[in-house]
Write a protein that binds this ligand. Structure first.
Ligand code: F6R
Length: 614
């Protein structure tokens, strides 16, 4: 979603802003812009398309952008089409504003401002904010005070960066529901939607709290909460660990697929005792044992790929601990007045920890105040809103995920969820130590099995050629592989733009069988598990109707390729953990199909990495 970068410094800041925007490209956007104050004027450039178009436009007259204070933005359209006039920064008089989030009551504010004589040049909600600040500044010619007076008038969730020609030393920022960090430099300070944007200039960050308003100058940072000046801790981070580049890979997505054995190994190390690998580490979630021992029900909330991880966890929780577990997409849960039963563990799964729907669903459960509610964030970003707002934080140690299509975050979510199942099972004595030991030893084989499944890359690339000109595709799985079928379909559609559906194979004859013909490829996830024989019968149903099958099967399944049936063998893995390993072939298949079709693999059209609006 939208990305903000801002800087106030002794040196020229245009390149810092542009580099920052490049580093935020992963968030998804459709236009980009920047404003720099120079010689008492706002110099603005905005372009539809990639940040590179903005870089090229700035390069035509670089001297216009030689300035010491400025703000920049990547826009993901919500109000108004992707167009230059809708790109940020938005300007009102001598004020420029960049904005992430949504101002819900912008229409009525706009009417009032038009009545006062303000002219609108865009279709955005953001322009309302610029005019409002301008209007209030006329009465209170102090930028911080004017911004402070505007915030209560705005409904919604947002982050802002604001500059004024008459205060060329001051950068004002607001965080209210959308992410924003302050980068602390020496004689220079910065703002951004994600610290990743600022790693070339600092490794020291302050994380604003919801409702914070801050004034940054070159040498000072003042933060206010409810009108009172407050201090926020400076966190020094290991820039090396947080940095992300493509290395020798063509795309972030491919790099991240290949990082999975290491990411999973790191996530396992967090919980498994290296001196006694048949035991969970004593310190794994130790201080939450009291809370975990009281829960009687699990409610999982998440969106997209994270929701699919939750679906797998439902099978695991119910099968291994016999605790009832529901899983629901957060965007539906939040609007249906759901019942949250007492003693529930609410697990919110999110790579970014900033997904607006997941955060709102969490807040709704908290508002109901059921007895014994315990909330847990399963998240890849330690500093995110979700982590701050929950009782327990269970990290996935995937490292920064830049490709919009989630890959390593998904497999580390699965692994962390299994670790949580084991912890709850052990804490509540719902699992004997033998079962626990067996699962732990199987978990430790996962990095090797993932590594081995990456060797399928060449075979899957060949397989992907059959998909290049296809319009539609089905993914089938049963039991634990059903969520992976859904995930495979999501991956394929989001990066290759081929329509794809995931189905529980037993449902074929209840409708989707009607779609089957020689032109629709059908991908089947077929590990040799307890559902294998039933799945083979489903494959026969397809084959008999001239469907072309692309099967990922266990080496031990003895499935053989035949006419209209292609088989790629996946390393043998225990049934319980097979969803983790079978994620790799569907990711690789989607990746190669997308590359072949020439799409923008890392930043697919219309999508954003961090969905901070509902
Ligand atoms: C798909 C994908 C999305 C996200 C979803 C939730 O590849 O990445 O479906 O999974 O937007 O995002 P998080 O996990 O950040 O809450």
């Amino acid at each position: 979603m939208c990305g903000i970068v801002g800087a106030v410094a002794e040196r020229n800041i245009a390149n810092i802003l542009l580099e920052g925007l490049k580093r935020l490209e992963y968030r998804g956007y459709d236009s980009a812009g920047l404003t720099v104050i120079r010689d008492g004027e706002l110099h603005r450039e905005r372009q539809v398309g990639k940040v590179q178009a903005l870089v090229d436009a700035v390069a035509i007259n670089p001297e216009f952008f030689d300035g010491h204070i400025g703000i920049a933005h990547t826009r993901w359209a919500t109000h108004g089409e992707p167009a230059q006039r809708n790109a940020h920064p938005h300007v009102s008089g001598k004020i420029a504003v960049v904005h992430n989030g949504i101002v819900e009551n912008y229409a009525e504010l706009k009417e009032e401002l038009i009545a006062k004589g303000y002219e609108f040049t865009s279709q955005t909600d953001t322009e309302v904010v610029a005019h409002l600040i301008n209007d209030l500044y006329k009465q209170t010619p102090d930028l911080l005070e004017a911004v402070r007076a505007v915030i209560p008038l705005l409904h919604g969730a947002f982050a802002l960066g604001i500059v004024h020609v008459d205060s060329p030393e001051e950068l004002i920022t607001v965080r209210l529901g959308s992410p924003l960090v302050i980068g602390v430099g020496i004689g220079e300070n910065f703002i951004a939607s994600d610290q990743l944007a600022l790693l070339p200039v600092t490794n020291r960050f302050m994380y604003l709290e919801e409702g914070d308003i801050a004034k940054l100058t070159r040498n000072s940072i003042q933060i206010f909460a409810d009108g009172v000046e407050v201090s926020r801790k400076i966190h020094e981070i290991d820039a090396q660990q947080h940095n992300a580049d493509k290395g020798e890979f063509k795309h972030y997505m491919l790099k991240e697929i290949y990082e999975q054995p290491d990411a999973v190994a790191r996530t396992l190390e967090m919980a498994i005792d290296s001196t006694n690998t048949s035991k969970l580490r004593d310190d794994f979630l130790q201080r939450h044992e009291d809370k975990l021992s009281g829960i009687r029900n699990i409610q999982i909330l998440a969106c997209g790929t994270s929701y699919h991880a939750g679906m797998v966890a439902k099978y695991w929780f119910e099968n291994l601990t016999r605790l009832p577990c529901s899983v629901e997409v957060a965007s539906e849960f939040r609007y249906r007045n759901p019942v949250v039963v007492d003693n529930s563990l609410v697990i919110c799964i999110s790579q970014s920890g900033e997904t607006a729907d997941t955060l709102s669903a969490l807040r709704d459960t908290q508002k109901q105040k059921p007895t014994g509610l315990v909330s847990l964030a399963l998240c890849n970003v330690a500093t995110s809103s979700l982590v701050r707002e929950t009782d327990i934080y269970l990290p996935t140690l995937a490292g920064p995920e830049i490709g919009v299509a989630s890959t390593k975050a998904f497999t580390t979510q699965l692994v962390a969820l299994m670790l949580l199942v084991l912890k709850v099972g052990a804490t509540q004595q719902r699992m004997d130590s033998e079962r626990l030991g067996t699962l732990l030893s199987e978990l430790q084989q996962l990095p090797g099995q993932l590594y081995a499944s990456l060797h399928l890359d060449a075979a899957i690339k060949t397989m992907s050629e059959s998909f290049e000109d296809k319009k539609s595709c089905l993914f089938l799985g049963r039991g634990l592989q059903f969520p992976i079928a859904l995930e495979g379909a999501l991956k394929l559609k989001e990066i290759s733009y081929i329509h794809a559906e995931g189905y529980a194979a037993g449902e074929l004859k209840h409708g989707p069988l009607a779609l089957v013909d020689k032109d629709m490829p059908i991908v089947v996830l077929a590990p040799k598990d307890s559902m294998f024989d039933k799945l083979k019968a489903n494959m026969q149903e397809v084959h008999a109707r001239h469907g072309e099958l692309f099967v990922f099967a266990s080496e031990s399944s003895k499935m053989v390729a035949e006419d209209r049936m292609h088989v790629v063998y996946v390393p043998d893995v225990c049934e319980t953990l097979a969803p983790v390993v079978y994620s790799i072939p569907v990711q690789l298949l989607s990746y190669h199909v997308a590359v072949m079709r020439g799409t923008d693999v890392d930043q697919p059209r219309n999508l954003a990495k961090s969905v901070t609006v509902e």
